[in-house]
Design a binder for this molecule. Sequence first.
Ligand code: PEP
Ligand code: MN
Length: 330
Amino acid sequence: MWLLLRPEAKPDALLAYLSEKAIPAHALQLGERWAIEIIPNGYLPEAFLRWEEVEKVIGPPRGAPLVTQWKGELSLGAWQRGKGPLWIAGPCSVEEKSSLLSLATDLQAVGVHILRGGAFKARTSPYAFQGWGEKALDWLVEARALTGLPLCVEVISEKHLSLYAERNVDLLQIGARNMDNYWLLKETGNLGKPILLKRNPQATLEEWLLAAEYLLLSGAPGVLLCERGIRTFDRTLRYTFDIGILPVLAHDTSLPRIADPSHAAGHWRYVEPLALAALAAGAEGLIVEVHPDPLSARSDATQQLTLSQFTALLEKANSLYTTLHPISPA
Ligand code: PEP
Ligand code: MN
């Protein structure tokens, strides 16, 4: 690890102190500036910023070894990683049983692999619809029994985890608001199920990957990283879709990466272009909000697609994916 000193600072006083503390160190001259290479011997790297002379502590990177080394294969229902794109779709909130069952049947028929739906909702306003909770989980379980589609449901509190475990929810979603709720991450990873980890709109890549590290460390067999838009100065769309992070994820990690164009766009009109752009940038799949009657939705009514809008999107998405990842002849 290196301590980069301020341009005018000299290393001598600091070297003497480090030697007194038995911290191995030696000075390096970098052009006009000095740096000190040290073995921190259990001291926190950032502790060295306490010295006036130190401008920056460089490396080692705060590691995410399980993320770095993850080589696992992942299958969910009919989807197998690397064999084709992953399509997850369903309503923002599960609102009514019969329309959920018929939507699930339609989604399965058009090639969706996983049914999503919110049971307990994390809403900005405490007066907004909070979800039907356990009842909604039961309707989702019925939809799974009817269609064979695995379920993706967001977990928002440790208190509900036993309800998810009892119903064997196939893919647990950690929402944007909880990406850095570390104790929830640990408890959720502990269920031993794969996890769809949304990026917090404020999170750097490092913070996002460290959240994935928490999940893998606590027992999740796999984590799907989901870009869903970040917060920037521009509020034209609901969030700024960070398309550039997708090729970086492909380069820096082996975890599956998918995109959520619905929450990024905030408006149905922009969902399809963002979805296609995400696939072009290397997303391995999409999670899209689809509602039987978006106009009457109790949450995210503006952005949810109708079944026919979604079917049109999926047709283009399938054809784009095939163009980008042609199946090589055997
Ligand atoms: C959701 O998927 O319903 C949701 C609330 O998304 P996000 O956590 O990305 O806001
Ligand atoms: Mn939503």
